[in-house]
Design a protein around this ligand. Structure first.
Ligand SMILES: [Zn+2]
Length: 599
């Protein structure tokens, strides 16, 4: 760390370049409730304290900068008013908005800030670069949907599908990853590496009116010619980069930002593909680099200058390619994920480039993700094939180490020796063997706090500190609940609606039920059949004629209402309505506040 180039101020110059105006105060509210407050991070102006990793502190100082910035002639960015950036491209008669942030309130505040400086230009089009909510959730803050909205093919399916199946678990883990319950202070939350944190306003979703389906596709919006590169399976399943030839400006969406990104985000998701990611970066350089004087993205600050652009994109590309190839090389020599993660050394030339550092992703967890993508959770060692689950294992370890006194004494020794990683393992066993052991809890909280303060990765820091907080206080339930946004729910396909119902069936409770329900959706002109048998809720579209226990004729809105507990008033039916009650009787509710650091 000592040899990191802290004297190199290039990133600070780039993050300040083109500054036009700041939002003051930098607070966004809705109905009196604060949904965004970057002033609360004012302490980052101080020197790095010993409660933070200097490299992450530096990243926080860069990410916290907020306001309107000119990228190049006729292209502006609102930065630091949400986790992500909103880009504004001026056209003949108005302005095109790229990625309208996560919350409606923040997007509206960003657009106001822009208009205060650049005049009251109407929004003439919207572009979503990819299917993550921090790039579309604020759309109703900039348009009512009466303008063209462009998105990569597959956008709608992926925009909602991530929240359908594992949404509750992801949201709960996201409270650890982003640390909304942590104090914003030199000892607490200092950012996530990708931005400061997520805003907590209203999430909206307007479906795109036009898909980008292939690389090389050109569109002219408000007089601005745009050339697209489709990059499915990179940072998001539906994502795209684009060039604006007339302005010599390249947008890299979230495929090249000023950090090492996640191959597997710690809140949980499907694992991403480093090989494809690197390949699309190579393609972007070949297609666009010589036609651009600036590259910008939907997080962080731009990079100006032809050679700088090529260096930046090539280093990002090499970083992902190197991690992928070296992980596979070591895997094929028999090393396991945790062994490879420990052995992996990034090339010194890449280490010297700040933007390859693991502020959001990390070499450690990304290498394990690559292993997981190819080989899965099992490392091939039969000792790991059928291990006891955490509580059972903890009880036995504690017994073998001479009871809790022995474990705590060992833990103290490892803490004193500076081996916090093993101390965490020992104390985790003590807490899982007896969750009421307050001494073990406070020792583990101390270890997590020190691990957090030493982490270069923002999300690691937040995970450790959130764990410490919950060990010594209360569990903080998820507040990032995009799954309950009405427009996200309305965007679900009928199949996704039934899928989300199927994963709520309490299997054992439903073992002996057998129900057949036909659903006729009048507004969509669709017929669906659901069958509950052996505890499995099976969905079939366009079913063959066959007697059903109940046939319901309704709209999709009524279907959604029914499944969220509204009465069946006005819904036409044939058969026994009690069938519906028997179905809801076997539904289970997810737990948005499940325990993580305790049993
Ligand atoms: Zn993003």
């Amino acid at each position: 760390m000592a040899d990191l180039p802290f004297g190199d101020r290039t990133d600070f110059d780039a993050a300040d370049r083109g500054f036009v105006a700041a939002l003051s105060p930098a607070i966004v509210k809705t109905d009196g409730r604060v949904v965004w407050d970057s002033d609360s991070y004012g302490f980052l102006a101080q020197e790095c304290p010993d409660t933070a990793h200097p490299s992450l502190w530096r990243q926080g100082q860069l990410c916290v900068k907020q306001g309107l910035y000119e990228v190049t002639d006729g292209i502006y960015q609102v930065r630091g008013l949400d986790l992500s950036n909103m880009t504004l491209i001026e056209g003949d008669s108005g302005v095109i908005v790229v990625d309208p942030l996560l919350s409606v309130e923040c997007a509206a505040a960003g657009l106001r800030l822009y208009r205060d400086q650049r005049g009251d230009r109407p929004v003439t089009a919207v572009i979503y670069t990819h299917s993550h909510a921090d790039h579309f959730g604020g759309v109703r803050g900039v348009t009512d949907g009466s303008v063209p909205i462009l998105a990569p093919a597959g956008f709608m399916e992926h925009a909602v599908s991530e929240n359908v199946y594992a949404g509750t678990a992801m949201n709960r883990r996201a409270t650890y990853m982003y640390g909304p319950a942590l104090p914003r202070s030199p000892e607490g939350q200092i950012g996530t590496g990708l931005g400061m944190t997520t805003s907590t306003g209203t999430i909206s979703l307007i479906p795109p009116s036009k898909d980008i389906t292939h690389t090389g596709q050109e569109e002219t919006l408000d007089g601005v010619r745009i050339v697209f590169q489709l990059t499915p399976g990179t940072e998001a399943p539906a994502e795209m980069n684009f060039l604006i030839p007339g302005r010599r400006a390249l947008c890299m969406a979230e495929n090249a930002t000023h950090n090492q990104h996640n191959i597997l985000t710690l809140r949980g998701a499907l694992v991403r593909d480093t090989r494809v990611w690197a390949r699309y970066l190579t393609e972007a350089i070949a297609l666009f680099a010589d036609q651009a004087d600036v590259v910008f993205a939907s997080h962080h600050w731009p990079t100006w200058g032809g050679q700088n652009i090529v260096t930046f994109l090539s280093q990002q590309r090499d970083m992902y390619a190197y991690m992928h190839d070296q992980t596979l090389r070591m895997m094929n020599k028999g090393m396991t994920g945790s062994e490879i993660a420990e052995a992996m050394r990034m090339p010194p030339a890449l280490e010297q480039a700040w933007h390859t550092h693991g502020y959001y992703g990390s070499v450690s967890h990304n290498v394990k993700a690559i292993y997981q993508r190819y080989l899965g959770w099992f490392d091939g060692n039969p000792a790991h094939l059928w291990e006891h689950p955490p509580i059972e294992q903890a009880r036995r370890y504690v017994e073998c180490m001479g009871g809790r006194e022995g474990v705590l004494a060992f833990a103290r020794r490892y803490i004193d020796d500076g081996d916090l990683r093993f101390a965490a393992s020992l104390l985790n066993h003590a807490v899982f063997a007896d969750e009421h052991d307050s001494q073990a809890r406070s020792m583990l909280a101390e270890v997590y706090t020190r691990l957090g303060h030493g982490a270069e990765n923002g999300t690691w820091r937040n995970f450790y500190l959130a764990g410490a907080l919950e060990l010594t206080g209360d569990v903080v339930p998820a507040n990032l609940d995009s799954a309950t946004s009405p427009e996200m729910i309305a965007a679900l396909t009928v199949e996704q609606v039934f899928d989300s119902l199927a994963i709520r069936v309490d299997g054992p409770k439903a073992w002996d039920e057998r129900l057949v329900i036909d659903w006729r959706l009048t507004d969509l002109n669709q017929r669906h059949r659901t069958t509950l048998s052996n505890g499995a809720f099976i969905h079939q579209a366009d079913p063959p004629p066959q007697p059903a226990d109940l046939t319901l004729t309704l709209t999709k809105q009524q279907l959604l209402g029914l499944l969220t507990g509204q009465p069946a008033d006005g819904i036409e039916h044939e058969g026994d309505m009690d069938v519906l009650n028997r179905l809801t009787a076997v539904l289970d509710d997810p737990d948005p506040a499940f325990a993580i650091v305790t049993p």
